[in-house]
Write a protein that binds this ligand. Structure first.
Ligand code: NAP
Ligand code: MG
Length: 462
């Protein structure tokens, strides 16, 4: 697979400062697919300077012109969707169909939504005798993970550009190729030099340099809670804006009146999708004790069907981590009804779709984010018990509620401490604000709420 051997800075591919490289490994066959440069603090500094220099002109660009560039970016992403899908399949290991329908398609929708918002958003409001101007925050440092590699880039870069901010992106070391492809797309879309910059590299080197750079005004991070905590502390010390999109341990609450088979089948599909590497995945299924055995049987059957269809997890360390959690689940007394810790294939970072029954709320597998194809099924006594269990983790990113009656599901969802809830299998909405309650994060992405993260207010009194 082709890769750039430089950084995209100030409108061109420029040689990296150092000579270190990162190997991009295909998780399906464990072969090196490409190499990209490992950026240093100096590469980051060059990129941030370019973003700073480009900021005044981009901030002053009429919103209609920013909208036109975002529409062009959407069109380039759409035109190059096959290449994007193949790239994500190579570096993440996602099955090609899933790469096409999700990894390549969702970014087109999100870029399109910001092309529209840039054109229509009221960047000026009246409040009594004041005019309030919504102005771009400045230079954005974006740090993204590997699980939805292009989506997570676009969910930060598109609103930042719509707002009039300039950006330096540090993508995950496991998935830098689609980030390079994105930089090409930005270039093709005619975005002025310096408005978007890319530095590939390692988190503790390039990522840390970006988060701590004094000329970065806002850090937008998606990834683990551990790293998010560090980035939040660094930003706090510098009185810098920060948005954190962190982990999750979402509950799929199946109320007794629900269509049980549908709720279980959709729930299993949700967890196994992207090999379980979805921060908003409903990894805890909550079922009334009278329906518990039936739900477990349905889930085990559904999971077994995924055996051949899911891709590997992203790397050897993640596979070891996920298998460690499965072993811990067994050790703490949960009952395996599908899958298990053994690798289903000799080559590739595969994990069997795994389902645990007899999981109790205090178990490690019911509390910690596993980030693999592992579902825990818990029994509840009554609705209050279900709510206690659903809200009983440090996370609050997403969730689902199923009931015979929509109003009943909504009433339960309103009591959940979480940022998004799908009612009876509601569809993904690229305009709905996405983000966490509690330790799942700070701030929101997507739609107008995602745009306002990149804006600050100036009030003029008359
Ligand atoms: P991570 O380390 O938090 O990675 C996220 C991003 O932060 C990557 O670009 C990473 O670079 C960078 N980074 C790492 N250390 C940094 C530091 N000290 N300063 C600045 N940036 C830094 O996540 P991970 O190691 O890839 O995955 C570990 C776990 O995080 C997963 O098992 C999962 O539980 C969770 N996770 C959650 C999400 C989510 O969407 N909420 C996404 C991914 C992972 P490198 O790529 O070089 O590490
Ligand atoms: Mg990492």
């Amino acid at each position: 697979m082709k890769a750039h051997d430089g950084m995209y800075i100030d409108g061109a591919w420029r040689p990296a400062v150092g000579t270190e490289t990162i190997e991009v490994v295909n998780p399906v066959d464990e072969q090196v697919a490409a190499r990209v440069p490992a950026g240093t603090a100096e590469d980051v500094d060059r990129a941030v300077r370019a973003a700073r220099a480009a900021f005044p002109a981009w901030a002053a660009t009429p919103p209609a012109e920013r909208a036109a560039r975002l529409a062009a970016l959407r069109d380039v992403l759409a035109a190059r969707k096959d290449e994007i899908a193949e790239t994500v399949t190579t570096e993440l290991g996602a099955p090609l169909k899933f790469s096409q329908s999700v990894h390549a398609a969702v970014p087109v929708a999100v870029a399109g939504s910001y092309a529209e918002l840039a054109a229509t958003y009221p960047f000026e409001e009246k409040a009594g005798n004041s005019t309030v101007h919504l102005e771009p925050v400045g230079v954005v440092g974006a740090i993204t993970p590997w699980n939805y590699p292009l989506h997570q880039i676009v969910a930060k870069v598109a609103p930042a550009l719509a707002a009039g901010c300039t950006v330096v992106l540090k993508p995950a070391e496991d998935t830098p190729l689609v980030a390079q492809l994105f930089a090409e797309a930005v270039h093709e879309a005619g975005v002025p030099a310096g408005v978007f910059n890319l530095v590939t590299g390692l988190g503790p080197v390039a990522g840390q340099a970006l988060a701590g750079h004094p000329e970065v005004d806002l850090v937008s991070f998606t990834g683990s809670t551990a790293v998010g905590r560090k980035i939040g502390a660094t930003a706090g010390a510098a009185i810098k804006r920060v948005a954190l999109e962190l982990g999750g341990k979402s509950a799929n609450v199946i109320l007794p009146s629900a269509d049980l088979a549908k709720a279980v089948n959709v729930g299993v599909a949700n967890v196994m999708s992207n090999s379980g590497q979805t921060c908003s995945a409903w990894t805890r299924m909550l079922v009334h004790r009278d329906q518990y055995d039936e739900a477990v049987e349905l889930a085990a059957t559904a999971a077994a069907k995924y055996g051949e269809r899911i891709g590997p997890v992203v790397n050897a360390a993640q596979r070891a981590r996920v298998r460690g959690y499965i072993e811990k689940g067994v050790a703490e007394g949960a009952r395996l009804v599908a899958g298990g810790p053994e690798s289903p294939r000799e080559r590739g970072y595969f994990v069997s779709p795994t389902v645990f029954a007899d999981v109790t709320p205090g178990m490690t597998i019911a509390q910690e984010e596993i980030f693999g194809p592992v579902l825990s099924i818990l029994a509840y006594e009554d609705e209050e018990d279900a709510l206690r269990i659903a809200n009983g983790t440090v996370y609050g990113l997403a969730g689902a509620v199923w009931a015979g009656d929509e109003a009943e599901a909504v009433a339960f969802a309103r009591r959940m401490q979480t940022g998004q809830v799908d009612i009876n299998g509601g569809r993904f909405n690229p305009l709905a604000p996405f983000g966490g309650y509690k330790q799942s994060g700070v701030g929101r992405e997507l739609g107008t709420h995602g745009l306002s993260e990149y804006l600050q207010t100036k009030s003029l009194q008359f």
